[in-house]
Design a protein. Structure first.
Lengths: 131, 135
C-alpha cells in the first residue's frame, strides 16, 4: 500500500524558523492556553457567585508568584491571539498577502503584544497600589 | 456545466468528484470569524474590567460591578462568543493531532461538554450576581 521510495517532504525541524511560521504555531498554542484559561474564568465566577467566603483563598492563589506567572502568560496569550486574529481577519478579506507585508504585520503583532501586555500589567499594579 | 461562483469555492472537477467539505465546513469557518469579530470590542472592554475591577482583593467591588446591567449584558455576550470560538478552535486542534478514533471522539465530545457546560455555569453565576448579589 505505502510506497517506500516515495519522496518525503523535509521534516519541520529542518526549516529555519521564520516570523510567519513561528507566529502561526504560536497562534494555535496560545489558543489552547486560552482554552485552559476558560477553566479559571469558570472557577472565578463560581467562587464569587456561590462561594464568596472562599474568595480570599482564590485571590491569594492568583496573587501568589505562580498565580501571577500564570496570569502573565494568559495576558500575553490573549494579546498575541487577539492581534494575530485581527491579522487573520485582514487575510480573510484578501488584504496583506504579499511577503513583505506578511513579515511586517508579523513583527507588528509581536510588538503590539509586548507593549499591550506590559501596559496592562503596569495599570494592574498601579490599581492595586503596588506602584 | 455550472460556473464556479464566489459563494462556491469548489472547482467543477472537485464538485463532480464530490470533494470538499461534506457538510459543515463553511459554517465552521464562518462562525469562527463571526465570534472573532464580535470579541474585538468586547475583549478590549473585558481586559479593562479585569485590570481595574477583577484583580481587587475586596469581593464587594467585584459584586457591585455585576449589579450594572450593561456589565452583565456585555459579559454574557462575551461568554457566548468566547466559548463558541473556543469550541470551534479546539475542535480543529483535536481533529489535526489526535488520530486514534476512540481518543479523538472522546475528546471532541469532551470539548463540547466543557464549552456548553462552561458557558451555562458562567451565565448562571453572572445572573445570580446581577439579580441577587452575594446573598
Amino acid at each position: 500500500m505505502s510506497n517506500v521510495t516515495r519522496p518525503l517532504s523535509p521534516h519541520l525541524s529542518i526549516y529555519r524558523p521564520q516570523i510567519t511560521s513561528v507566529i502561526s504555531i504560536l497562534h494555535r498554542i496560545t489558543g489552547v492556553v486560552l482554552y485552559a484559561g476558560l477553566g479559571l474564568i469558570i472557577v472565578f465566577l463560581v467562587v464569587v457567585g456561590y462561594f464568596p467566603d472562599n474568595y480570599g483563598l482564590l485571590h491569594k492563589c492568583l496573587a501568589s508568584g505562580i498565580g501571577r506567572l500564570a496570569l502573565f502568560g494568559w495576558t500575553f496569550s490573549l494579546y498575541l491571539h487577539f492581534f494575530n486574529g485581527i491579522r487573520h481577519l485582514f487575510w480573510d478579506i484578501g488584504k496583506g498577502f504579499d511577503i513583505p507585508t506578511v513579515n511586517k504585520s508579523g513583527w507588528a503583532v509581536i510588538f503590539c503584544t509586548l507593549v499591550a501586555t506590559i501596559f496592562s500589567w503596569v495599570i494592574a499594579y498601579h490599581n492595586t497600589g503596588a506602584f | 456545466m455550472k460556473k464556479t461562483t464566489g459563494s462556491d469555492f469548489r472547482s467543477p472537477l472537485g464538485r463532480a468528484r464530490g470533494l470538499g467539505s461534506a457538510k459543515y465546513g463553511v459554517s465552521h469557518w464562518w462562525f469562527q470569524r463571526l465570534t472573532a469579530v464580535a470579541m474585538i470590542p468586547l475583549f478590549i472592554w473585558f481586559i479593562a474590567s479585569v485590570i481595574t475591577v477583577m484583580i481587587s482583593p475586596d469581593i464587594n467591588i467585584i459584586v457591585s460591578w455585576f449589579s450594572s446591567p450593561v456589565n452583565s449584558l456585555l459579559i454574557v455576550l462575551l461568554f457566548c462568543a468566547m466559548f463558541f470560538h473556543a469550541k470551534l478552535g479546539l475542535q480543529v486542534v483535536i481533529e489535526d493531532y489526535v488520530k486514534a478514533p476512540c481518543c479523538k471522539y472522546t475528546l471532541l465530545l469532551g470539548n463540547i461538554f466543557f464549552c456548553v457546560g462552561g458557558v451555562v455555569i458562567c451565565i448562571m453565576a453572572v445572573l445570580k450576581l446581577h439579580l441577587f448579589g452575594v446573598n
